[in-house]
Design a protein around this ligand. Sequence first.
Ligand code: ADP
Length: 466
Amino acid sequence: MPLGFPDQFRRQLGVRLTAWYSGVFILSSLTFSMVAYVFVLSNLRDHRDAIQAALARYRQRAEDGGLEAVDALIRRQSSSSRGKSFFVRVVNPENQTLLLSHPRLWEEFEFASQSVAGLEGRWHYYPAKRDGDLLEVASARLANGDLLQVGKSIQDREEVLEHFRDTLLATVIPMVLIGLTGGAFLASRALRPVRNLTRVVRSIVDTGRFDARVPDTRARDELSDLVTLFNVMLAKIEKLVQSMKEALDNVAHDLRTPVMRLRVVAEEALRSDADGQARHEALADCLEETEKLTLMLDTLMDISEAETGAMKLAIETVDLAALINEVMDLYSYAAEEKGVTVQVRATPALLLRADRMRLRQVIANLVDNAIKYTPEGGRVELETLESDGQALLVVRDTGIGIPAAEIERIWERLYRGDKSRSQRGLGLGLSLVKAVVERHQGSVEVKSDPKTGSVFSLRLPLAGTA
Ligand code: ADP
């Protein structure tokens, strides 16, 4: 049998799970980082809004109070850092600087030499001479023809963004690695029960032995439920296989004796000195043995069919009391002859849906056993009643009883109690009873005591309760 499939399935499933875990992890981390980046970016965009607002403020001052008012405002909002201060400059059309806020902060930038024509209403950038900083400036024309310029260094903004980008890039690789290893680890953990299951199935396929069990992980999840159920199923199969082996052994063993006997009788008959009478008797013996064998094989077949559900039932409405009377007609003579009293207490009109012939066979087997295993002077009682919506048939005897050590085994095929071997029988009666009753959705149980006798209770669904 090719074993590639589960192996391949496991690996593909593992890869798929890893891909899913890692993908979800990486994607969510990236999304989170991108959102943070956009957030920072938009914060820095506010920079331009701040310049525009300051320009409007200074312009208002300049129009209202001239350069002195602008200067006063600069002084009020002064700061010693380039990043926090506004660049404020008033320049006349001849490109002469009339006012400049904190000249020392801006001496790095080359603005003095550049023309200011046409700058109003536009964004303009003055580069720093050395450190690569840029001065981002907005300009507005004042009523007297001078140009008011307000700006800010973009160094801080660029630095933050650059730093953020570097950090992002530096975290992407570890993030992907963590995602992949984490994904592989989680997938491997999640699939461990499946791997165990595969290993056990493979060992069963290879060795044919059902005693292997899948180790139970303590997690209470769907896979562990599957593992538990699988182990229960294995235990059942193991028991079934074992009981089938035993049954087969028993059949082989039990067939051996009658077949050997047939052979001996036939050999005797074939002896040259055997006369016609002896041969006739030998043939009659052979016939009797073959009938026993046929009965045994037929009963074994019936049990198997009932157990597997293959037995066809001719279901009809059956009056239990009437059926018991039919059986008693057959057995009353045998009971009388043995000196066993039989008493029947049947509730009238207990109607069942059952196969009449099979049910009669069941009752007959129970009555037959009760009489067979009850010594002379004993008593057998049959009682029927309705109990919990079911029909209950109780067969009670004052016979030899069943020892506790045997009681579990009496339902097995070909099992015969120690004390019963002197009696006729095949050890198949109760197996058939159980199989047929269960085929009718009923149940049968026994209570027995070697001192007081046995009680077999048989429950069957009443007609109309199916
Ligand atoms: P058998 O052909 O031996 O009667 P059964 O399958 O009918 O086979 O019964 C199995 C065993 O159960 C018997 O061998 C006997 O030991 C025990 N048994 C069944 N019925 C009774 C009973 N009424 N009293 C005592 N033992 C019983």
